[in-house]
Design a binder for this molecule. Structure first.
Ligand SMILES: [Zn+2]
Length: 311
């Protein structure tokens, strides 16, 4: 079985909302540790997000997410957090490696020094915003303002790069994206964004943006959310394949991977409803004519290369 590295999933936060855990196999939601491991996922980036509508402070929400993960790892010994280079070797035993990502930096509450604490707890990937504006940058939802990275945003980028975190442009405004690309620091990627040329959605990347990420050695993780894939009423596995092939043809198979967004999306393509359907996607990619070498890059090696640059 081919190994799978998925660069984005919201299960950590969503499971709590749904009243389930990620260590027990569930019929609800799209992702949990047992289902992912049984489906060939060997490495998973789990996002920590926060919402201002939830009552608790963003930092409180993020720390609860981290606490839930460490509790889950006690209950499920088949998974572990990847925090340092030596941890990559533990994947060989068939265990599921988890990387923590902070999605939107609202939890910093204006204090970049908190990154050091979040790093110590295992955070190895960072995006400045979700769709809305915060004190670091504008998200795609604030596109009309024309805003990019703030002074504080640039400070956070430098601090994250110094600590050893992958930097994620998914959700960032257009101006924010190009501000990020102009910075010298940072291993920049898009963990869960698709191709604007195939589907005109503000969350998708233009050809120029895809080329800019590739030029920095980055990877674009293809998102399974139907509105990012197609204008058709029903998305299919072939639509995910189409976006993957598009990036591979535009900038090479070394720059595309998976960023499912499972448990962050309320609908999924037909046949790819949850993580257990991952083998179907692999089969569809195989049938689309990709070589074993290309498949290995897209499913596994590309994200490994990016994260091994900082971890
Ligand atoms: Zn997201």
């Amino acid at each position: 079985m081919l190994y799978v590295f998925d660069a984005h999933c919201d299960a950590l936060m969503t499971a709590r909302e749904q009243g389930r855990t990620i260590w027990e196999e569930s019929g609800e939601g799209q992702w949990d540790l047992p289902r992912a491991r049984a489906s060939g996922v060997a490495c998973q980036v789990l996002a920590l997000c926060s919402s201002r509508e939830k009552g608790l402070s963003p930092l409180n929400q993020v720390l609860i997410g981290i606490a839930d993960l460490y509790r889950a790892l006690k209950e499920y010994p088949g998974a572990f957090v990847i925090r340092e280079a030596a941890d990559w070797g533990r994947l060989a035993g068939g265990n599921l490696g988890v990387l923590l990502a902070l999605e939107g930096c609202d939890a910093l509450e204006g204090s970049p020094e908190l990154l050091e604490a979040l790093y110590a707890l295992g955070v190895r990937c960072l995006s400045l915003t979700w769709n809305l504006r915060n004190d670091l940058a504008d998200g795609v939802g604030d596109e009309t303002s024309g805003g990019g990275l703030t002074r504080l945003g640039r400070l956070v980028v430098r601090e994250a790069a110094r600590l050893g975190m992958v930097l994620d442009v998914s959700h960032l405004s257009t101006r924010g994206f190009w501000d990020a690309m102009e910075m010298n620091e940072g291993a920049w990627v898009a963990t869960h964004s698709n191709c604007r040329a195939l589907m005109d959605h503000p969350r998708n990347l233009t050809d120029d943006q895809i080329k800019a990420i590739a030029a920095r050695g980055g990877v674009i993780g293809i998102n399974f959310y139907p509105p990012f894939l197609t204008a058709a009423p029903q998305a299919r596995i072939e639509d995910v394949v189409r976006h993957i092939l598009y990036v591979a043809e535009l900038v090479g198979p070394e720059h595309v991977g998976l960023g499912s967004d499972f448990d962050g999306i309320d609908v999924a393509p037909a046949g790819l409803e949850d993580v257990t359907k991952t083998p179907r996607l692999i089969k569809a990619l195989d049938e689309a004519g990709l070589s074993q070498r290309e498949l290995s890059l897209i499913l596994w090696e590309n994200w490994l290369r990016v994260f091994q640059r900082v971890v």
